[in-house]
Design a protein around this ligand. Structure first.
Ligand SMILES: Nc1nc2c(c(=O)[nH]1)N(C=O)[C@@H](CNc1ccc(C(=O)N[C@@H](CCC(=O)O)C(=O)O)cc1)CN2
Ligand SMILES: Nc1nc2c(ncn2[C@@H]2O[C@H](COP(=O)(O)OP(=O)(O)OP(=O)(O)O)[C@@H](O)[C@H]2O)c(=O)[nH]1
Ligand SMILES: [Mg+2]
Length: 434
C-alpha cells in the first residue's frame, strides 16, 4: 500500500507525562482503529467516554474519544481522536495497540497538515501560519501567525493570481485577434490598467512588511563593553533572574549567554558577552572573539561603560549605556544612565527597547509576509508584472510570457505548483502530530 493511503497516528499533544494527552488518527482505517479499541463508533463530532482495550482485550485507559468522518475534517480524511491520561505507559500501550492494526503507521512530522494541504483544506501559506502558531512564544507572534493561518496572505494571492490570469487572457485574445501586426491599443488598454493595479497592490504589500518576517525569530540585542562594567548584572536585570555569573573579577563571562525575553509581545533575544579587552589568556581571547562576532551580528548593541570613561564604539546600531551611576558620574546627552545593580534607569531602558522593537518590526498588524520564501515569490510576481508592462509595447507574446511567470510565482506561493521536494522540505520542519 502506498504510504499516502496508510492511516497515520501520532501523539498530538506535548511531551509526556501530562494530565491529558491526545492521540490523533487520520486515514481510511481511523474508524476501524476506533471500533477496535473503543467498541462501537461514537456519534460523529461528539465526545464519548470509553474504556479502551488492546488486542488481547486488556484495558488500556479510561478515555474520551471522538469520531470525525471525512471529508469534513481537519485533514479531509476520517479522523479519530483519543483523549487519554498523559502517562508514558498509557501512551506506549495505546500507540502499540493502534500500530497492530493493519495499514496504520506512525505519522511523519507535519504529515497531518500535509494531508490537509493535499486535500485542499489549507494552502501553503496557511500551513506555514499553522506551523508558526504552534511555535509562537509571544502575543505578537501568535497574532501574526493566526492571521496567516486564516488566509490573509493566501486569499490575497489567490485573488491576484486569478486577476493576472484574466489579464493574460485579454492579452492573448488580442494576439489571436491581430493574427499579424500590432494589437490595437483599445484591446490591450484594459489589461494594461489591470496589470498596473495588480503591480501596485503587490508592491504595497511588500513595502508594508518591514521586518515582519523577523518576528518569527525575534530581535537580537547584544550587551557588550569592557570587562567588569556590569554587563552580566544588566543581563540579570533584564531577564529578572540570575542567568549570568556576576563577580568583581574582570573577565568573568567567557561564553555567550542568551535569554529570550517577551517585551510587550515582541520576541527579543538578549545576549551577554565577554568583556572586550586585550588579553593573554587563550580562553578569554576566544570569549572576546565570540563577543565581537555576536555584537556585529546583533540588531542592536547596548555598549556598556562605567564612570566617566569616554566611549569609541563604532558601526551598527549602538546605544551607549552608562552603568554604576550610583557611584557618581554624569551621563552625556544621548546616553542611558543606569545602575544595573540597584535597578535605576532599567524601566526607561526597557521602554526604549520596546519602542525600538516596535519600529524594527514595523506595522506587524498589517504585515502579510512572514517568510523569506513568501517575500521572494511576491517579489518575483511583482517584477514579472512590471516587465510585462514594459514589454506590452514591444510585443504581446512577451508580455503574456511575463504574466504567466507572475501567475506561476503566486501559484508556488500557494503551493499549487511546486515540486515534491520543496513541499517535503517545508512539512518536514513541522512538529510530529501536526
Ligand atoms: N481536538 C482537537 N482540537 C483541535 C484540533 C483538532 O484537530 N482536534 N485542531 C486541529 O487542527 C485545531 C482546530 N482546527 C480545526 C480545523 C478544521 C477542522 C474541521 O473539521 N474542518 C472541516 C469542517 C469545518 C467545520 O465544520 O467548521 C473542514 O474544513 O471541512 C477541525 C479543527 C485546534 N484544536
Ligand atoms: N556600584 C555598582 N556596581 C555594579 C553595578 N553593576 C554591576 N556592578 C558590579 O560590578 C562588578 C562587575 O559586574 P559584572 O556584571 O560581572 O560585569 P561584566 O561586565 O559582566 O564583567 P565581565 O563578565 O568580566 O566582562 C560586580 O562586582 C558587580 O556587582 C552598578 O550599577 N553599581
Ligand atoms: Mg559578565
Amino acid at each position: 500500500m502506498h504510504p499516502r493511503d496508510q492511516t497515520i497516528f501520532a501523539l498530538s499533544s506535548g511531551r509526556p507525562p501530562s494530565a491529558i494527552a491526545m492521540v490523533r488518527v487520520s486515514g481510511p482505517q481511523a474508524g476501524l482503529v476506533l471500533t477496535t479499541l473503543a467498541g462501537k463508533l461514537p456519534a460523529p463530532r461528539q465526545a464519548s467516554r470509553r474504556l479502551l482495550r488492546d488486542g488481547a482485550d486488556q484495558p488500556i485507559d479510561d478515555a474520551v474519544v471522538l469520531w470525525f468522518p471525512g471529508p469534513g475534517t481537519a485533514t479531509g480524511e476520517d479522523v479519530a481522536e483519543f483523549h487519554v491520561h498523559g502517562g508514558r505507559a498509557v501512551l506506549a500501550a495505546l500507540l502499540a495497540a493502534i500500530s497492530l492494526i493493519p495499514n496504520t503507521r506512525a505519522a511523519e512530522p507535519g504529515e497531518f497538515t500535509r494531508r490537509a494541504f493535499e486535500n485542499g483544506k489549507l494552502d501553503l501559506t496557511e500551513a506555514e501560519g499553522l506551523d508558526d502558531l504552534i511555535h509562537a512564544d509571544t502575543d505578537r507572534q501568535r497574532r501574526q501567525a493566526l492571521r496567516q493561518l486564516q488566509g490573509l496572505l493566501g486569499n490575497r494571492a489567490r485573488d491576484w493570481r486569478e486577476r493576472i490570469i484574466e489579464a493574460s487572457a485579454l492579452i492573448e485574445a488580442g494576439i489571436d485577434f491581430s493574427d499579424e501586426g500590432d494589437v490595437p491599443a483599445e484591446l490591450t488598454a484594459p489589461a494594461v490598467k489591470a496589470i498596473q493595479v495588480l503591480h501596485d497592490e503587490i508592491t504595497k504589500v511588500l513595502a508594508a512588511q518591514g521586518h515582519s518576517e523577523r518576528l518569527r525569530d525575534g530581535l537580537v540585542v547584544a550587551i557588550a563593553g569592557e570587562p567588569n562594567v556590569g554587563k552580566s548584572t544588566l543581563m540579570n536585570q533584564l531577564a529578572r533572574r540570575e542567568v549570568a555569573i556576576v563577580s568583581p573579577h574582570a573577565g568573568t563571562t567567557r561564553d555567550v549567554i542568551e535569554v529570550q525575553l517577551d517585551l510587550d509581545g515582541y520576541p527579543v533575544t538578549v545576549i551577554d558577552t565577554a568583556g572586550i579587552r586585550e588579553t593573554d589568556d587563550p580562553v578569554e581571547q576566544e570569549g572576546v572573539r565570540r563577543a565581537r562576532a555576536r555584537a556585529e551580528d546583533a540588531d542592536l548593541v547596548l555598549w556598556l561603560v562605567e564612570g566617566e570613561r569616554a566611549v569609541d564604539p563604532s558601526g551598527g546600531q549602538i546605544w551607549i549605556v552608562r552603568n554604576k551611576i550610583d557611584l557618581g558620574g554624569v551621563g552625556s546627552p544621548g546616553e542611558f544612565g543606569i545602575s544595573a545593580s540597584r535597578g535605576d534607569g532599567i524601566p526607561e531602558l526597557v521602554e526604549a527597547l520596546v519602542k525600538f522593537a516596535a519600529e524594527f518590526f514595523g506595522t506587524t498588524e498589517g504585515a502579510l509576509v512572514t517568510r523569506a520564501r513568501q517575500r521572494d515569490l511576491l517579489g518575483r510576481a511583482s517584477d514579472s508584472l512590471r516587465r510585462s508592462l514594459e514589454l506590452v509595447e514591444e510585443g504581446e507574446e512577451l508580455a503574456a510570457e511575463e504574466l504567466r511567470a507572475a501567475a506561476y510565482a503566486l501559484g508556488r506561493l500557494l503551493g499549487r505548483v511546486d515540486v515534491e521536494d520543496v513541499l517535503g522540505a517545508i512539512f518536514q520542519k513541522f512538529c510530529i502530530g501536526k
